[in-house]
Structure formats: structure tokens, C-alpha cells
Design a protein around this ligand. Structure first.
Ligand code: NZQ
Ligand code: ZN
Length: 388
């Protein structure tokens, strides 16, 4: 049953081969100083950086360049960006890259005019911004996180061995995002399929919770079916525009608040994945892939009806003459087959996790209550062991 809610998504999307024209339309809305944030060089190599600089210059903007936003952006890098944005009186932060660059830009947007330590305020204490927020726009080059149309921002603190996400409200969502599927063609296969699993995980985190009849779950099933279909094509032929464009659109809807509206949500796989990421700095989607099967097999009996529904409606398992638990089990086997087919990491060992890390990873795993089973610390360790 749907409870009461208010729904608004403030991000304007420009989608398709000519999506960058949208940037030209957006720029007049902002002041002259634009901070360009990007990663380790892929946007320079692809030529996208030059195209964007040309557009900014012809719009008369002053560019404040901020390169080197790393995957899993750090709290130190956040301080650097916040200082640079404030010193240069930045009017717009333009993120050109994947989820890391988008997340980072949002974190900078709420930190530039905050005088204290943003890691402590926004990530350890989960407080909301009260200061001036610099608007953010995104040009997305890597698909998966949904950061282009949500308020999520995930920052890693290596000294504290913590990776924490803050889901900010409407005022921190990107004002606009440019989504051209062709920009994603150059992503290395490993990153691409990690992104595919991240999308699947976002949907599953919102789907595997609750026992009510909820429109959101039907939307989720449709998105998962589309993802499975297109990812099979894209894993073999990464430049298939039809598949890549469908996946890009699915990723956005998988985590722009729609499919989680008015229902309980789980997110325990992400908590496990973030804790693994804090210890290994591994690729986000792969951390999720490594723990998902062990986690879902662990909680399957607590949410049996939903797992059986997942098997039938997403994977086409025939339920005739079978118990719910047989059907549910076949669904998770189909999930595993798909994971192997697209080529994601299947174990924590592959990500560099060693036995001596179990305790620390368990300590860094936030235990949530929205899913079918609230884990104990011992269960977290069991799942880590089963994921090796
Ligand atoms: O740094 P460059 O050189 O640009 O290389 C990047 C990076 O190494 C490369 N890349 C991106 N686009 C490319 C490309 N290489 C060639 N061609 C292109 N077109 O790909 C690598 C990974 O990029 P990254 O942005 O780190 O990946 P992703 O989009 O998966 O973002 C991961 C971060 O987002 C967080 C994760 O925890 C992680 O920190 N998340 C954010 C969420 C949100 N905002 O709601 C939710 C997610 O669950 C997730 O936690
Ligand atoms: Zn994710």
C-alpha cells in the first residue's frame, strides 16, 4: 500500500546524441565562474573536455579547472575542491565524468561555504546543509550510480577506513544532466559491467523489502528485465547504441527516487559494499557483486514470497509444481548465471579482501532495518566468509 508522499525530481535531463546542446541552453542561467571537475584523464583522451571548454568559452565563462577526482573520492580531495570553489567565487560546478565526479561535485557544493569539517558534518553526523549551496550540473560519462539525477554523494575517508553516502535533498540534486550514451562507449569493460551490476543492485535494494502490493515493485521488475536484456547485448558489443542507451536510461530511473517511493528499502548490500570499498578501494559495482549472492541466499527465507516473485517476473522461472523456496532458489541461480555471463567479480578474494579484514569490514558495515532481516555482526562476518 502506498503511504502519503510528495514527489518532485528537480533535475532536467538532456538525453541522446545531441544532448550536449543542452549545456548551451543551461549556461546563461548561471554566473560567469564555472568550476570544471573531472577525473584522471578519460575526458581529455576522448576529446569531451575540449568540446566542453569550447562551449564554456563561447558562453563567456571563466573556467576554474579541478582535475584528478579519483574513483571513490576522498575527504581530503573534498577539502581541496571546497576551498577552490570558495576562493574563485564559483557560480556553477560542472561535473564531467562518472558517479565519483558527480558525487564529489555535490559534496563540494555543500562544503564551499561551510566553515567546519564537511566530512564530520555531512558524513559522520549526517547533518543537512544550512549554508549557501553552489548549483551542480553533470555531463555523464559512466553509467551506474544514478548520481546524475539524485542527491547521493559518497565520500571515502581512508584514515578512518570509512566510506559513507549521504543522500541529500532536492537542493543538492544536479540542476541538469547531459546524458549522451556515446560518451560511455570508451569505458573499459570491467568498469562497464560493474556499472551494470550497480544498476541491478540499486533496483534490488529497493525491491527486496515489504510485503505490500506496490506499483514501485512492478516498475522495478520492468527495469530489471530491460537491464538484463540490454546488458547481455552490451557485454558482447559495447558500442550497440540501442542497448547502451536503454541501460543509461534504466540506470537513471533505478536510483532517482521513483522506484523506492513510499516503500521500505533494504540497502544492506550497499552497506557491505561500502565497507569492503573502504578497505580495498575496489570498484563500487564489483564490491556489490561480490557480496550479493551470499547476502540474498542468507535472507531468502525471510522474504520468500518476494524472492519467488523475482524468479518468475524477472527471470521467467516456471513455478508450476514447485515450492516457493525452489522457485526462489532458481531465481537466485538465474541472477548468478547472468552475473557470470556479463563478467562481474564473483568473490571478495578477487578484490583483495583477506581474512584479517573481516572484523574491520564488519565494524564499518552499517546495519540497516529496512530489508527482510536485520543482520547481526556475526551474520555480517558469515556473509563475508561466504563471499570469499
Ligand atoms: O577518472 P577517469 O579517467 O575519468 O576514469 C574513470 C574511472 O577510472 C573511468 N571512466 C569514466 N567514464 C569513462 C571512463 N573511462 C573511459 N571512458 C569513459 N567514458 O571509469 C572509472 C570509474 O569511474 P567512477 O566515476 O568512479 O565510477 P562510478 O560511476 O561507478 O562511480 C562510483 C562512485 O559512486 C558512488 C560509489 O560508491 C563510488 O564512490 N555511488 C554513488 C551513488 C549515488 N550518487 O547515488 C550511489 C551508488 O550506489 C554509489 O555508492
Ligand atoms: Zn550503487
Amino acid at each position: 500500500m502506498l503511504g502519503d508522499f510528495t514527489y518532485c525530481n528537480p533535475t532536467r535531463l538532456y538525453f541522446g546524441r545531441n544532448a550536449l546542446d543542452g549545456l548551451k541552453q543551461e549556461l546563461p542561467k548561471y554566473g560567469p565562474n564555472v568550476m570544471l571537475t573531472y577525473g584522471g584523464g578519460s575526458v581529455k583522451k576522448s576529446g569531451l573536455y575540449d568540446s566542453i571548454v569550447a562551449i564554456l568559452k563561447s558562453a563567456g565563462k571563466n573556467i576554474v579547472d579541478l582535475p584528478g577526482v579519483m574513483s571513490n573520492p576522498t575527504s581530503e580531495k573534498l577539502i581541496e575542491g571546497a576551498r577552490l570553489a570558495r576562493e574563485n567565487n564559483v557560480d556553477l560546478i560542472l561535473a564531467v565524468g562518472g558517479g565519483s565526479v558527480c558525487d564529489y561535485s555535490k559534496a563540494v557544493s555543500v562544503s564551499a561555504y561551510y566553515d567546519g569539517d564537511p566530512w564530520e558534518k555531512y558524513f559522520l553526523k549526517m547533518e543537512e546543509p544550512e549554508c549557501r549551496i553552489i548549483p551542480v550540473g553533470c555531463v555523464l560519462t559512466m553509467v551506474g550510480t544514478g548520481s546524475e539525477m539524485n542527491g547521493g554523494s559518497v565520500i571515502t575517508n581512508h584514515a578512518q577506513k570509512l566510506k559513507i553516502g549521504h543522500v541529500f535533498g532536492d537542493s543538492v540534486f544536479p540542476k541538469f544532466s547531459v546524458l549522451n550514451p556515446e560518451y560511455t562507449f570508451t569505458i573499459p569493460q570491467y568498469q562497464m559491467v560493474a556499472g551494470f551490476f550497480d544498476i541491478m543492485s540499486h533496483i534490488m535494494e529497493q525491491y527486496f523489502s515489504g510485503t505490500d502490493d506496490n506499483t514501485s515493485d512492478y516498475l522495478s521488475e520492468g527495469l530489471m528485465r530491460s537491464l538484463v536484456h540490454s546488458s547481455r547485448i552490451a557485454a558482447k558489443n559495447p558500442t550497440d547504441y540501442e542497448a547502451r542507451s536503454n541501460i543509461m536510461w534504466t540506470a537513471t530511473w533505478a536510483l532517482n527516487t521513483l522506484v523506492g517511493m513510499a516503500k521500505t528499502q533494504d540497502w544492506e548490500v550497499h552497506m557491505l559494499g561500502h565497507a569492503v570499498g573502504a578497505f580495498t578501494n575496489a570498484t563500487h559495482g564489483m564490491t556489490l557483486a561480490a557480496v550479493s549472492l551470499a547476502y540474498y541466499r542468507h535472507i531468502m527465507n525471510d522474504g520468500l514470497k518476494k524472492f519467488a516473485r523475482f524468479a518468475v517476473n524477472v527471470w521467467g522461472v516456471n513455478p508450476e509444481g514447485k515450492s516457493d523456496s525452489q522457485v526462489a532458489d532458481e531465481g537466485l541461480k538465474a541472477l548468478e548465471t547472468w552475473m557470470r555471463e556479463i563478467g562481474v567479480v564473483m568473490s571478495l578474494k578477487e578484490l583483495g579482501v583477506t581474512e584479517d579484514m573481516y572484523g574491520g569490514i564488519a565494524d564499518g558495515t552499517f546495519i540497516l532495518e529496512g530489508g527482510y532481516r536485520k543482520l547481526t555482526r556475526e551474520e555480517v562476518i558469515e556473509i563475508l566468509k561466504e563471499s570469499m
